[in-house]
Design a protein around this ligand. Sequence first.
Ligand code: EPZ
Length: 416
Amino acid sequence: MDKFVIEGPTKLKGKAVVSGSKNASLPMMAAAILTDKDVILNNVPNLRDIDTMCQLMLKLGCECEREDKTLKINCANISSDFAPYDLVRKMRASILVFGPLMARLRSAHVSLPGGCAIGVRPVNLHINAIRSMGGDVDIENGYIIAKTERLRGETIYFDIPTVTGTENVMMAAVLASGKTVIKNAAREPEVVDLAKMLKKMGAKIEGEGESVIEIEGVDYLDGVEYTVMPDRIEAGTFMCAALITQSEIEIENAPLFAMDAILDKFVEVGGEYELAENGLIVRGRQIKPTMIKTAVYPGFPTDMQAQFMAVLSLAKGTSIIEETIFENRFMHVAELNRLGANIVVSGSKAVVEGVDRLIGASVMATDLRASASLVLAGLAAHGRTEVLRIYHLDRGYESLEKKLTQLGAKIWREKQ
Ligand code: EPZ
């Protein structure tokens, strides 16, 4: 297992280039199941989760080849509907093959994802939706066993606007017979990006990005070449790096159209920014305390909560962070406190009492965004910080240590 070693505090300078979005790439890879033609995805980040999804596509009998930032997937010869536990448990987003398999093969044998550090993460909404579209779905020995004559269009209401649930139903509906209406759909930009790709393949979708999405099923979808949107969470993470080190940096390819809530909070805690030719110039100033409440899009993203908590641990005053999406997404608190932060958790709220300085120590990454939070804290902490189990971070950040080193940070990877 690898660890990151960070010498702090450091100032940052220069430019960071944002990679393609992990959470847009993963559903688009699964969408390749819907056609027997080539699906070419450009700007796909080089991440462990992408590799895991590639392995899953290969297991299904599809081709999946990477050439630099481009993935070519072809499912003409798809030969299996089986998504095994040993792959799905490594990456919960594997559940995204459920909808496409039901649409293309009319059967699916997909392991339940199981929970993860941040929560139980049920997929009941995915299963109920496919059942109401005519899927005959059983749960046996930890697997979803499902089949259908052909899915039919239905009106689906989500009591929680689930992101991958919306994506699964959208991918199931594009080849169903008749019209599907998804009510209380997720509005995340990655859902919109998937819809745009599906429409380029010939799907009939309206309302993506709104709470009601309408899909008219078609009989066939063509191949496509599509460029994945940049990763708004990676961009936001670099903004937090500028804040916590009180530096000015340039962030290239930041998807500003999808970052209102992040930009708004960034300014609220003392950041300054101006538009640059190909992105953003951001400046960290004196960190001010604030209130944060995570919400579904377009609210403040839960995937940015841990990173902002690291920043607020050095604010002049007390902040309150409320996590409303996941039931256990404060695993980074104990580790930040090991670095000298003063954070107390009570239920879904964390009270962050700003301290004058953080002091380097060994800390443990527990999940993807918690890892990012600890790396950010290490950039500002005095002395040496070691972030253990960095494989969590490799799932969702492409070459983070290289990008931070290019900005002047003293960070390197070592065997644990
Ligand atoms: C997506 O996960 C993202 N992953 C997550 O990003 C992100 O944190 C999350 O959306 C929220 O924005 C991908 O897109 C691959 P949900 P997802 O279904 O779809 C409950 C990262 O860091 N729920 O919107 O799994 C669920 O328990 C990852 O990149 C049900 O109860 O999230 C949660 O409390 C972490 N039943 C809430 O809804 C269901 O059937 C939102 O979950 C589905 C979800």
